[in-house]
Design a binder for this molecule. Structure first.
Ligand SMILES: NC(=O)c1ccc[n+]([C@@H]2O[C@H](COP(=O)([O-])OP(=O)(O)OC[C@H]3O[C@@H](n4cnc5c(N)ncnc54)[C@H](O)[C@@H]3O)[C@@H](O)[C@H]2O)c1
Length: 377
C-alpha cells in the first residue's frame, strides 16, 4: 500500500468543494487542513468537510502536510505555489499553473532545487472517454493524426459564477481558463506543440454580471475574449482552436481529429465522460464501443443528466507517482508546455506573427482500466 500524503488546500472558493468531496475516492491522499485569505471561507469548508481551518502561514508550517493544493484565483497561483515550495511542500495547482512562462520557469527552478514536485490540473484527459480516444488513436484506428478542429465557445461566465471578475482580467479569458482542457487533451492524444499563430479580439470592453450576488455590477475586460488560433504539432498535425466568450450559439463540435485513415470525434475535454465517435475511410461515423473505464462511470447528477466527475485524479496520480518514483501525468513539464502554448497564442494575437515554442514535453502515459482502478480506494 502506497504511503498516504497529507494534503492541505489553499483557496476555499467555488471549485474547492469538488476537491473536498471527490478526494476521498482516491488512494494515497488525505485532506487534513484548509486556508484562505478570507478566514471565514476556510472555516466554512472546514466545518462542511471535517478538516482543520488554519491561517495560510500555519498550514504552510503544518508538519503533517506533504502536498498543498492551490485553488486560489489565477493571479495568485504563482505567489501561492512559490510560497508552498519555499515551505518545503509539493504543489498541485488548479489551472492555469501560472500566467507567464517566466513564472513557470521560476517554479521549475525552485522545485528542482528543493527536490519537490509540482503538478497542475486539468486532469479531465484522464477520463474514460479521452482515454478511449487515446487507445483508439494509439492502436492506429484513424491512422496518423494530420489535422483537426477544437471549439470552446459560449456567451461567457458572468451569468453563472458568483464572483466572475477574474475571468476577464489578465490570466483569465477563454484561452487561459478553458484552453488548458483542450491543450492538455491534445498533448494526451497527439503530443507536444511546435509553433502557434492567432487572431484575438474582444466584443466589449466591459461586461455586466447577471449571476447572484453581484447582479448588475459592471466588470472590466482586460484580456481577449475571442481567439482563433492555429497550432502546429511536433508530429506535423495542424489544429484550429477557437476559444470565445463572445458567442451566443454555434454548431461546432468540441474536438474533431482527422487522420490518414479516418476521423475521431472527441467529447468536451472539460469533462471525464461523453461519447467518442469515429469513422474510417467509408465515412460511416459510429460511436466507439464503450469500455468499463472507472473514470467514465457517471457518479454525479448535472442539469444535463448523469455525469462522470473524477477531478482530483491528477492529484492522486501525482501522490502515487511520488511514492513510486514515476512520472506524474499532470506534470510540471506538461503544464508548463501548456502555458507556453497559451501565452504564445495571446502573444501571437498581439504581435501578428507565428511564435515558436521554447518548451516541450512528452505525451503522458496512457491510463487504462487497471491503472485508473489503481488510483481509487
Ligand atoms: N469554479 C469552477 O468551476 C472551476 C473549475 C475548474 C477550475 N477552476 C479553477 O480553480 C481556481 C479557483 O476558482 P474558483 O472558481 O474556486 O474561484 P473562487 O473565486 O470561487 O475562489 C478562490 C478562493 O481563493 C481565495 N484566494 C484568492 N487569493 C488568495 C491568496 N493569495 N491566498 C489564499 N487564498 C486566496 C479567495 O478568497 C477565494 O475564496 C481558478 O484557477 C479556476 O480557474 C474553477
Amino acid at each position: 500500500m502506497a504511503k498516504e500524503l497529507g494534503v492541505g488546500i489553499i483557496g476555499c472558493g467555488n471549485i474547492s468543494t469538488t476537491y473536498f468531496s471527490l478526494s476521498p475516492l482516491f488512494r494515497g491522499l488525505k485532506v487534513l487542513a484548509c486556508a484562505d485569505l478570507n478566514r471565514s471561507a476556510a472555516e466554512l469548508r472546514a466545518e462542511e468537510y471535517g478538516v482543520k481551518a488554519q491561517s495560510i502561514e500555519e498550514l504552510l508550517q503544518n508538519d503533517e502536510i506533504d502536498v498543498v493544493v492551490n485553488l486560489t484565483i489565477p493571479a495568485a497561483h504563482f505567489s501561492v505555489s512559490k510560497a508552498i515550495l519555499e515551505a518545503g511542500k509539493h504543489v498541485y495547482s488548479e489551472k492555469p499553473l501560472v500566467l507567464t512562462l517566466e513564472e513557470g520557469e521560476e517554479l521549475r527552478r525552485l522545485a528542482t532545487e528543493k527536490n519537490l514536485a509540482v503538478g497542475c490540473a486539468p486532469d479531465t484527459f484522464m477520463g474514460g472517454s479521452h482515454q478511449l480516444a487515446r487507445k483508439y488513436i494509439d492502436e492506429g484506428g484513424v491512422g496518423r493524426i494530420t489535422s483537426g478542429t477544437c471549439h470552446v465557445m459560449s456567451p461567457g461566465m458572468e451569468m453563472w459564477h458568483p464572483n466572475p471578475g477574474f475571468f476577464f482580467l489578465a490570466g483569465g479569458g477563454p484561452i487561459l481558463d478553458l484552453g488548458p482542457y483542450y491543450i492538455a487533451n491534445l498533448i494526451n492524444l497527439i503530443g507536444p506543440v511546435k509553433r502557434v499563430g492567432a487572431l484575438t479580439s474582444m466584443a466589449n470592453p466591459t461586461r455586466t454580471v447577471t449571476s447572484q450576488p453581484l447582479n448588475g455590477q459592471t466588470i472590466p475586460v482586460e484580456t481577449p475574449t475571442n481567439i482563433h488560433a492555429l497550432l502546429e504539432f511536433v508530429n506535423g498535425a495542424t489544429i484550429t482552436l477557437s476559444a470565445s466568450w463572445d458567442v451566443w450559439s454555434h454548431r461546432h463540435a468540441n474536438m474533431e481529429l482527422y487522420g490518414t485513415e479516418g476521423s475521431i470525434y472527441v467529447p468536451d475535454p472539460n469533462f471525464f465522460g461523453g461519447v467518442v465517435e469515429a469513422s474510417g475511410r467509408n465515412k460511416d461515423i459510429k460511436p466507439l464501443e464503450n469500455w468499463d473505464h472507472p473514470f467514465g462511470i457517471a457518479n454525479q447528477e448535472s442539469p444535463q443528466g448523469p455525469r462522470a466527475n473524477y477531478r482530483t485524479a491528477g492529484l492522486a496520480d501525482m501522490a502515487i507517482a511520488l511514492t513510486e518514483g514515476r512520472d506524474a501525468r499532470c506534470s510540471l513539464a506538461r503544464s508548463l508546455h501548456g502555458i507556453d502554448v497559451m501565452t504564445s497564442i495571446l502573444k501571437s494575437g498581439e504581435e501578428g506573427r507565428f511564435i515558436e515554442l521554447t518548451t516541450t514535453c512528452t505525451q503522458p502515459a496512457a491510463l487504462g482500466i487497471e491503472e485508473a482502478q489503481a488510483l481509487l480506494r
